[in-house]
Ligand binder design. Structure first.
Ligand code: COA
Length: 327
């Protein structure tokens, strides 16, 4: 049994924050942000919206394209680290919102690699015969965890959600072909973390004053790690398959920084046109970035049947991973 990607969906909140808007909040400029990151704007969750709202809308779009009713979904996995609450899981809230009454549901946190991990978990449930239809969602409300006084992080992040419906299929030549998942927990968590709000540092007056409920990052270390690992992960998945880089139609990378993607193109000796990029419009939406880019590429008609595509991501933890799919 194999997992076929039956459909994709995504949702971006309506409100847009431009680089010029940000320049009114912190000491930065449109030119600096574009040059150093490739970002022009980001979508921002509305005050009355939650992560599960974004996830549910992306899921509904995917279900509509699949022509599947919510009752036919066996499992919902939401990849996120910015869920509605610590308890219960965002996946169970999504289950209620989309009326997927027969589905099991859980969240998965692998930071920005979350969607690749979740897709692989969903794939295993289908290959083992345990489930037939799995809804895999990457959804983030990152701006709820953004310190708008820290120019080193606030320029980079945005909100959104992307989803795919995986279904059981007898055809080995399409769908998910191979996956590689990796982690290195030995690196300092300070490289990319939200210090407070978990069980190691409970919320307190002091933690709020010190902005410890927001994302903190060592941009330089993460940049070095990401630039190296994106290429290693692509090479690892190619090694697992019978394909070489020349056989791959498109790479859909985590949208963290355009310079990371450009350096990967350079090292792999392939043109930038082979990468699906939306960082200019959406910024870094963590676990949502790959499925949003995938859905946009499917809906725009860029991806054709039988195209071979590598999805690749990296993030906090540290974590990284890639998946080779055939559309
Ligand atoms: N606007 C204007 N200037 C800024 C700035 C901003 N938003 N942020 C930093 N600067 C300044 C710095 O203070 C520094 O000034 P100095 O030279 O006078 O000290 C200068 O710009 C260069 O800063 P630096 O941190 O070296 O920039 P950079 O080229 O490394 O770019 C990032 C910074 C954050 C864009 C880059 O490090 C990055 O993308 N890192 C990876 C982040 C990432 O992908 N995170 C998520 C992974 S899942």
């Amino acid at each position: 049994m194999y997992s076929k990607i039956l459909s994709t969906g995504s949702y971006l909140p309506e409100k847009i924050l431009t680089n010029n808007d940000l320049a009114e909040l912190v000491d930065t400029s449109d030119e600096w942000i574009r040059k150093r990151s490739g970002i022009n704007q980001r979508h921002i969750i509305a005050e009355n919206e939650t992560n599960s709202d974004l996830a549910a809308k992306a899921a509904e779009n995917a279900l509509k394209s699949a022509n599947l009713s919510p009752e036919e979904i066996d499992l919902i996995i939401v990849a996120t680290f910015t869920g509605d609450k610590l308890l219960p899981s965002t996946a169970t809230i999504v289950q209620k919102k989309i009326n997927a009454v027969n589905a099991a549901a859980f969240d998965l946190n692998a930071a920005c690699t979350g969607f690749i991990y979740a897709l692989t978990v969903g794939d295993q449930f289908i290959k083992s015969g345990f489930y037939k239809n799995v809804l895999v969602i990457g959804s983030e409300a990152l701006t709820r965890f953004t310190n708008w006084k820290d120019r080193g992080t606030c320029i980079l992040f945005g909100d959104g959600a992307g989803a795919v419906v995986l279904t059981r299929d007898a055809n080995a030549d399409s769908g998910i072909q191979h996956s590689c998942l990796n982690a290195d927990g030995s690196k300092p968590t300070e490289w990319l973390e939200i210090p407070a709000g978990g069980s190691s540092k409970q919320p307190s007056h002091r933690s709020v004053i010190e902005n410890e409920h927001y994302m903190r990052m060592n941009g330089k270390e993460i940049y070095k790690f990401a630039s190296k690992i994106i290429v290693e992960s692509i090479n690892e998945i190619l090694m697992k398959s019978d394909f070489c880089i020349g056989d791959i139609d498109y790479i859909i990378p985590h949208q963290a920084n355009i310079r990371i993607i450009e350096s990967a193109a350079d090292k792999l000796c392939i043109p930038m046109e082979r990468f699906i990029v939306n960082i200019d419009q959406c910024a870094n939406t963590s676990a949502a970035s790959v499925p949003i880019a995938l859905d946009q590429a499917v809906r725009s008609g860029k991806l054709k049947k039988n195209d071979k595509i590598i999805l690749v991501a990296f993030g906090g933890g540290l974590t990284w991973g890639s998946t080779l799919i055939v559309i």
